[in-house]
Design a protein around this ligand. Structure first.
Ligand SMILES: *Cc1c(COP(=O)(O)O)cnc(C)c1O
Length: 520
């Protein structure tokens, strides 16, 4: 075991056969201990004078004991976080094939707009007269979303895709309750995203599965058979998580409406159809749009996202508060359910304050810089790139639905043909050694050992060819039974982790090594 420069033991780096180093570092592959191991609670990086007690403005809520955070100097702090950041893969480092979770380039123009003081430095409790420009951005972005989806109303407040799903389902529940017809069941096809059944259950519905056809689409006959007076609605991901368009969407919507239910569409994959298909024309009642996927706002390590929800005429009256309304050339924020402004049937609110201003500005900048034609080309190029990948790999990787035609924005493969004992996990870990973040694995569940790959429209043919070459090489190793793959990754900051133990027995509290031994 090697020691790093703080004298703490570290996991020795790989490169079998090479001598261990004194520091645990290997050139630009740097070890980094936890901040608790390098800082000390009695140290601080700033020299504020102690604030005399009389000056305290906290009205008795001051801390009365230290909270045990460690102190570091500014250069130590900067280095700590910069070194940690270099252990991450990022969209700015290379192609990020994370199917089902679109990771595309974040244009720098959008960053510039988001940092403008008038957008970046405002506060949700500011008087509306002083934030007219921000409200205009929210309103205009909402209008773009309504136009692109062909839907009459939009709620801008949900903070992410799953939050938008909840918003849509709560609106469906309010609409059904308002007509005195509360129902209990939401139908979710097997090809739906995992957040869909979770949302329906969270909103208090019983979730029932609808099977997929051998072609990876919703089984329309099974759906029609299950519809009835207890079914509140369906949640359909379109394009679905097999990377396929649901061609029966209009027939599905008509059947659900005829049975008195409502149609939720998971629109997280809207980037595959934006500018080409308007969900409003397909009979959809509510759909969320992930600005952090389709409209390129950064995911930022899982957040902040933004998941606006568009609504049909039937659901618009139940949309959540607050929202922005244009009155003459003035923008107002409708905050309350008042009879006079006709929003008395709103189901309530999803959040305390309106908006994800940084996401709104970036998304609107993205839309305006592309224009309607440019957005259509985004979808076309995303689909073209995914199909290039599918056709370039189908001779080495099993592509279960490739025979039924082109895919949408993501290509789906299975582990069929791998040597005995070789798994999708082995392949994903070997891909890390090739310098790529793995694709989505083992999802969707309808495919054995699934690999879902989404290149997005922002990759060049050269970048795609290099990725295809890397993927082909690891697939060939998995088929030939190359035992070294079981040990991958070899060239990452950490080797293969025990993913089950990491999830089942998470260590959430740092203890000093001497105490840790005693605790065991
Ligand atoms: C990403 C995704 C979601 C969830 O969106 P979040 O913003 O991560 O909450 C839901 N459905 C599909 C199909 C997705 O790809």
């Amino acid at each position: 075991m090697s020691m790093n420069n703080q004298g703490r033991p570290t996991q020795p780096h790989i490169t079998e056969g090479a001598a261990e180093t004194f520091t645990g570092n290997r050139a630009l592959m740097l070890e980094e201990p936890l901040i608790f191991e390098i800082g000390a609670a009695e140290e601080t990086g700033v020299d504020f004078e102690d604030v005399p007690e009389a000056d305290s403005r906290l009205g008795g809520l001051d801390r009365n004991q230290p909270i045990g955070l460690v102190g570091l100097s500014e250069p130590e702090t900067v280095r700590h976080y910069t070194r940690l950041s270099r252990m991450n893969y990022a969209i700015d480092l290379g192609l990020f094939p994370l199917g089902s979770c679109t990771m595309k380039h974040n244009p720098r123009l959008n960053e510039r707009v988001a940092r403008m003081k008038g957008f970046a430095d405002i506060h949700p409790l500011q008087p509306v007269d002083s934030v007219q420009g921000a409200l205009e951005v929210i309103h205009e972005l909402g209008e773009w979303l309504c136009k692109l989806t062909g839907m009459p109303a939009v709620a801008m407040s949900p903070k992410a895709g799953a939050h938008g799903e909840l918003c849509g389902i709560l609106a469906i529940r309010s609409a059904l309750e308002a007509r005195g017809d509360a129902r209990e069941v939401i139908l979710v096809p097997e090809s739906a995203h995992g957040t869909n059944p979770a949302t329906a259950a969270f909103a208090g519905y019983r979730v029932e599965d609808i099977p997929a056809t051998p072609e990876g689409r919703v089984d329309l006959a099974a759906l029609e058979e299950r519809l009835g007076p207890d079914v509140a609605g369906v949640m359909i991901t379109n394009p679905n998580t097999c990377g396929l368009f649901e061609p029966d969407m209009k027939r599905i919507s008509d059947a659900v409406h005829e049975a008195g239910g409502l149609v939720y569409c998971d629109g997280a994959n809207f980037n595959a159809i934006v500018g080409r298909v308007r969900p409003g024309d397909l009979g959809i009642d509510a759909m969320h749009i992930n600005l952090h996927k389709t409209f390129s706002t950064p995911h930022g390590g899982g957040g902040p996202g933004s998941g606006p929800v568009v609504f049909s005429e039937a659901l618009a009256p139940y949309a959540p508060l607050p929202f922005v309304e244009k009155q003459g050339d003035h923008y107002v924020l409708i905050e309350e359910e008042t009879a006079e402004d006709h929003h008395e049937s709103s189901f309530g609110r999803m959040v305390a304050f309106h908006g994800q201003m940084g996401m709104f500005t970036r998304a609107l900048a993205y839309m305006m810089s592309h224009g309607a034609d440019g957005l259509k080309q985004v979808a076309e190029d995303a689909v073209l790139n995914a199909n290039y990948l599918l056709r370039s790999l189908e001779d080495v990787l099993d592509a279960p639905f490739a025979a039924s035609g082109p895919c949408m924005h993501e290509a789906l493969f299975s582990d069929k043909g791998f040597a005995e004992g070789f798994t999708t996990l082995d392949l994903a870990k070997a891909l890390i050694d090739e310098g790529y973040h793995p694709m989505t694995m083992y999802f969707p569940l309808v495919v054995h050992g699934a690999m879902l790959v989404e290149p997005t429209e922002t990759e060049s043919k050269e970048a795609l060819d290099q990725f295809i070459g890397a993927l082909r090489s690891v697939v060939e190793r998995a088929k030939a039974g190359d035992e070294t793959m079981h040990g991958a990754p070899y060239h990452a900051p950490r080797r293969r982790l025990d993913e089950t133990a990491a999830a089942r027995k998470p260590i959430l509290v740092w203890t000093e090594p001497e105490h840790a031994e005693a605790a065991e």
